[in-house]
Write a protein that binds this ligand. Sequence first.
Ligand SMILES: *Cc1c(COP(=O)(O)O)cnc(C)c1O
Length: 764
Amino acid sequence: MDVKKRLQEITRARYGLELSQCGDSQLYHALLQLTQELSAARPAPTGERKLYYFSAEFLIGKLLSNNLLALGVYNEVNAALAECGKSLPNLEDAEPEPSLGNGGLGRLAACFLDSIAALGLPGDGVGLNYHYGLFQQEFRHRQQYERPNPWIEDESWLIPTGVEFEVPFGFGPVKARLFDIAVPGANSGVANRLHLFDVEQPAPAPADGIDFDKTDLPARLTSFLYPDDSDEAGRLLRVYQQYFMVSAGAQLILKELEERGCSPETLSQHVAVQINDTHPSMVIPELVRLLTQRGLSMDAAVEQVSKTCAYTNHTILAEALEKWPLSFIEKVAPQLVPILKELDARAKAAHSDSRVAILQGAAGKEIVHMAHLDIHYGYSVNGVAALHTEILKKSELKPFYDLYPAKFNNKTNGVTLRRWLEVCNPQLAALLDECVGPEWRTDPTRLNRLMDFYNDSAVLDKLLDIKAANKRRADQLFARDQYGIRLNPDAVFDIQVKRLHEYKRQQMNALYIIRKYLEIKAGKIPERPVTVVFGAKAAPAYVMAKHIIHLILCLRKLIESDPQVRPWLHVAMVENYNVTWAERLIPACDISEQISLASKEASGTGNMKFMANGAVTLGTLDGANVEIAELVGPDNIYTFGAGSNYVIELYDQKAKDSAKGYQSRVYYERPAVKPLVDFLLDPALTALGDEAALKALWTDLTTKDWFMALLDVEAYSAARDRAIADYGDRTAWARKMLVNTARSGYFSSDRTIAQYNEDIWRLS
Ligand SMILES: *Cc1c(COP(=O)(O)O)cnc(C)c1O
């Protein structure tokens, strides 16, 4: 098909205009139509079994460039646009960005859909159509404020399907309407679907902020992802959302099964369900319910469901492992209660160990452990990095591993290099074409051949030039979209962008900034200027996370206002960090901050994107950092800090005796640490912000510091200083960049998905 000709037809029909006469928004909408047409023309892949990937989040980001690339017309379209002085990256400014996810878990789901389609496998996503997403972040008075993030325009990526199901809530039935987003596969000629369920009459955005009446159901079911759960109405709303998603999704599965002419008795032969974290866990009792409704015995239904569902664990943080009062389910979906009791009774009959029970607690006050449900009634349990899976087996889920060793397996996360290299870093992609051949685009292991250029000074220089160009571009976009703030492209770009959480330890990064600030004030001038970039949203009810954002924004202001410090140290924080900002900042990064407390970051995927784009990791031996370190070798990564075994040991000691284990006070008293922490109370800083918030953070660090920032801060500072010093040897640094990109092929989500298919899904 002649893409340019078709695009021209579209602009004439829509606006009566030639391509060259269209404005950016008109061109964007014409391209949206073209892309949708091309996707619709593709067949769905077929196979013996079809996968349904259930997830509360799909952090898909903008889709225009990504989908044009997958459809194989990116270059053609860009050439046609160039003739009228436009380019795709510019037009994408007109595309609203959905925030249907929170962070890594949701972005993983999006990368997986991309890879499933690229590998030509039959697999659709199932989720909810949140109208206002997570939230849009705003900074005012150096604090985070939240606003709705509306992204659905009259014309959008959503395709109405006309498919509807009734979800039987305790208060009555609610209609679920299905909208689809096409997922065209790169080089596979097929397209899958992301299925997003919505209510018939969704509520308008709240007038002010993101507060709304959480009992206004069903209208509010699809307003926000993760509504505030600090009160009971909020927690109930989450259960309503989860049941809405899984009940409609389970009905879709059985409808499609029937359309393929298969009987419900054969569910597991034809369907695989992947449960992404525990939010979709109620799909298990819901499928059992629907199968028994269709005439299967309880035994047969349980057997089919247990051979269909597989569970991915994403965290060992206790507060993130969902447990719902049975009374909530009684209210939301009373028909599930007898099924949950039956499933629990079967598990209890088979296993006397009370730690593995699904229902725990006294009669009338039972709590449902969602992960336990998944493990007993799923046929696979996977962790998301080698270390994480080992920790699940040896400690967090040990009683389950002892029962079901064969169910446990590891699938180290990955990222789609189409979005995270080809689209976001076209100059590096072109250099890779020259060096290793364009085959890396379908076979990422070919990136290993870049090692042949380890001593090629022309290639090393090009890597440095490309990095410098990406830094200039990031600086310009920052200045354009972030209140004119500049990044200084001549400085080392040291970047930490990810959800704000104490375990990810942005606070430890801030302590390092304080240390540098104090050194410069004392007359110790650094070897070279450094720009530290943060990007992070804090969960609206997570007070300590908001204090940490406040600290970073106050430090930014302090340093910016100080002519002695400003030339050497620069702090920037992106407002509303999202996929688009990730695509702009990651290619510009020199030092990738992956500094979570060892054992706490299940995998990380930001670490992989940075690595592919030639940033050098500064990190703990946590999550997939361990695998990165093995692949690049010790000369090409900066690791520091306590290891996971030691950290787990400290927590165990503390659990037995609170006077034992990690005591932050001991580390606070160390001469190199105390001044950094006490700076939170310094009038120079408190004058710029909310003294009570900074004091609360100080108190937490000195008395609790649950994620042990003070334990590692000295080793961290030393490693970071070393990295910044090494940056000065440009050739040696370029080699580190080269090795990181060369070894990043392993972290392609195409590899991850091939392994899921081989070991778990067996789709074709
Ligand atoms: C990749 C990505 C993440 C995950 O980052 P981690 O460092 O692994 O936590 C979060 N948000 C966005 C927008 C991303 O693209």
